[in-house]
Design a binder for this molecule. Structure first.
Ligand code: NI
Length: 226
C-alpha cells in the first residue's frame, strides 16, 4: 500500500526549515548506504545525530504519532529516527531495496524496516526531476508531493529517486518497524479500520459496529508482534 499524508508542516514552518537546511553542513549520502546501494546513491545527507535532523525529525515523529491516518496505516512499533537529504542538480539514487535492519547510532536495538516514509520539504515547482519512483504491487508510481506532505510505502519495494535537473530537492525520510510485519495484513487492517470509522460516522448506532470493531482487534491480536 502506498499512502499520501498531506499537510504535516505548514508553509511558514517549511520556509524556516528550508532556510536552516540551506545553511547546513552536508555530508555524502553514501555514509548510510549499504555496500550495494552506495554505488547507486548520489546525494547529500545531514550526518546522523545532526542537531537540525534531530529537531525536524522529532517534530515529524511527534505529529505522526498524533495522526490517525499514519497510526492506522503503519501500526508503528518503533522507528529509525528521520534523516534529512538533499539532491542538487545531477543528484539521483538509482533503483534499490533498503536494508532490512537498521541500528540507530548509540542504540542497542535494531529497527526492521517494514515501512519507508519520505517527507517532501521543497516546493515541487522549485526543482525539476527528483520524483520518488516506487514499484508498487500494481505497477510503477511516481511521487512528487507538495512541501509538508508525506508518502508512506512498504520497505520491501524497489524504488529510486529520478535525477534532479534543476534546483534542489530537500526531504526527510525514515523507517518504521510495524506491529504487523506483512504489508498485505496491514493493508487489510487499514481498510477495515477505515470502513468501521465511516460506518461509525454515518450510522453511529449500527449494531454491527460492535462486532466489526471486535473482529478488527481480534485480527490485530492474531498478527501483532510486540
Ligand atoms: Ni531507499
Amino acid at each position: 500500500m502506498l499512502l499520501h499524508i498531506p499537510g504535516l508542516f505548514d508553509a511558514d514552518e517549511i520556509l524556516r526549515i528550508r532556510q536552516a537546511l540551506e545553511q547546513a553542513d552536508w555530508a555524502d549520502g553514501k555514509v548510510t548506504a549499504g555496500y550495494q546501494s552506495a554505488k547507486a546513491k548520489h546525494n547529500l545527507q545531514l550526518p546522523e545525530g545532526h542537531a537540525l535532523a534531530k529537531e525536524i525529525g522529532g517534530a515529524l515523529i511527534d505529529r505522526l504519532w498524533r495522526n490517525p491516518l499514519f497510526m492506522s496505516a503503519a501500526l508503528p512499533h518503533k522507528v529509525f529516527p528521520p534523516l534529512i537529504n538533499c539532491y542538487r542538480e545531477g543528484g539521483s539514487f538509482d533503483f534499490h531495496i533498503d536494508n532490512a535492519l537498521r541500528q540507530p547510532k548509540g542504540s542497542a536495538e535494531r529497527v526492521r524496516t517494514d515501512l519507508s516514509s519520505t517527507l517532501f520539504l521543497s516546493d515541487p515547482h522549485s526543482y525539476d526531476g527528483g520524483e520518488l519512483v516506487i514499484q508498487d504491487t500494481y505497477g510503477v508510481r511516481e511521487v512528487k508531493l507538495a512541501a509538508g506532505d508525506l508518502v508512506l510505502y512498504p520497505g520491501t519495494s524497489l524504488h529510486k529517486v529520478n535525477p534532479v535537473t534543476r534546483g534542489a530537492r530537500y526531504a526527510a525520510f525514515f523507517w518504521t518497524q510495524s506491529l504487523v510485519r506483512e504489508d498485505s495484513q496491514r493493508t487489510l487492517l487499514f481498510e477495515m479500520d477505515n470502513a468501521i470509522r465511516q460506518l461509525g460516522a454515518d450510522v453511529p448506532e449500527h449494531p454491527s459496529l460492535l462486532q466489526l470493531t471486535g473482529t478488527y482487534h481480534n485480527l490485530l491480536r492474531r498478527w501483532a508482534e510486540v
